[in-house]
Design a protein around this ligand. Sequence first.
Ligand code: HEM
Length: 501
Amino acid sequence: KHFLTRNRNRNKNLPPSPLSLPIIGHLYLLKNPLHRTLATTSDRHGPTLFLRFGSRPVLLVSSPAAAEECFTKNDIIFANRPRFLVGKLLGYNYSNLVWASYGDHWRNLRRITSLEILSSTRLQTFSGIRADEVRSLIRRLVRGRGSGSSADDAAGGFMKTVDMKLAFFGMALNVMMRMIAGKRYYGEKVSDMEEAKRFREIVEETFLISGVTNLGDFLPVMKWVGFINGLEKRFVRLQAKRDGLMQELIDQHRRILGITKSSSGERKKTIIEVLLSLQETEPEIYTDQIIRGLLLDMFAGGTDTSSGTLEWALSLLLNNPEVLKKAQVEIDVQVGHDRLLEESDLSKLPYLHGIINETLRMYPPGPLLPHESSEACIIEGFSIPRGTMLLVNLWAIQNDPKVWVEPTKFKPERFEGLEGTRDGFKLMPFGSGRRGCPGEGLGMRVVGLALGSLIQCLEWERIGEEMVDMTEGTGLSLPKAQALEAKCRPRPNMVNLTSQL
Ligand code: HEM
């Protein structure tokens, strides 16, 4: 199996490499789904590999031990991001939170994000928005209106078919944009139809374009290809629209704040208002551009991650009805039928938590974590040069039969008794270390509340005999190839409550 593993790297003490081709190096490995192709490569050649994507040196890590070395002892060294075109053109020339290099500027953005925007106190002030959006989702599912539903039965009898991808995505975006700007852009009671349409176009284009592999990122000679196929122009045009809309939202809030200065109570403040009041005291830090960048970070990082997790989780439950039943029993015992599940119930629902962990283990929305080294360092005894792109293949680690028993099986029971413990670097769907996800608390609240409520309030079935297709599609955040459609109706003992929603 090591026939193709080059030992030429031995002189420089680099990790082993599979066969490298002239000019393109290992770019031939960039086949979709990327996390699977790279996992197969690591299986064949070892868990710590040195690759070249064109001119870019790459360290591919696929074991908990090597990941731990990267995110503990060498965490600061690997706290940079690789410079891709998307970070330049959508990330304000590598100056937003997601794309900025490690340093004072990034640290400052990170501090604002964790203290002012995503702290648990702040998240608590937005809990009403999350509850409201989840209720609105259930109302649509129960009443047969909106998001692709096809039957008209309201209270129990027939099951109707719903497009859950659209339903989850709309909910996640509404949660985010209500927190950011107090605006609802999907479903009923949309704040401003014209603005909503613009926003939806921006969202579609952002997720479409961000998933495109740009060869110019790896082969400098190919940069002109990016220009010829129009990718760069598309990025620039899109960013102008994104930036323009964010500035309009900021200006709208500035006007409102000007009028209602004394009466805007802390509890009702949108994220824009929070940032604008910080701008008053420290205008040189909280510039409009910094604010626009932070808002875009929130909406890019916090929507398809949560909604994709919900879609995979419900798909897994439909294919494993005994797990769904067990979750329903847990909720019935802990919450009952007389009230709707609330976020404060989540800590009493370890089995539901196991379902979410197991979903994030099998289908992590960020399967490959891209970082870059700012200095030379040693990983697993190998020398890693400065400026190497680090790819931690989270998916490979979380689905490795050497690390997990029967990893292809959906078994939430494997987390029983492990609540609250972090079992090394075997499971890290939110990353780890300084660059780990700052939105974990929000993501877990949204996913937990929505999934728990759907299980509490509705009966679920597949649309036919055949299993839900679990094929992975292409795109950065591990989307499902087929949008999930499912059949549902209110649970008989919940009809009283759900009909009042
Ligand atoms: C199920 C939900 C989510 C998952 C699984 C998830 C996962 C991740 C992962 C794997 C990373 C990269 C870590 C690394 O590079 O080492 C990340 C980064 C990030 N996430 Fe999340 N995320 C989720 C929800 C959210 C939410 C709700 C927000 C914000 C509202 C958010 C904002 C961010 C930001 C801004 C970064 C970049 C941080 C930095 O570069 O310093 N995420 N997330």
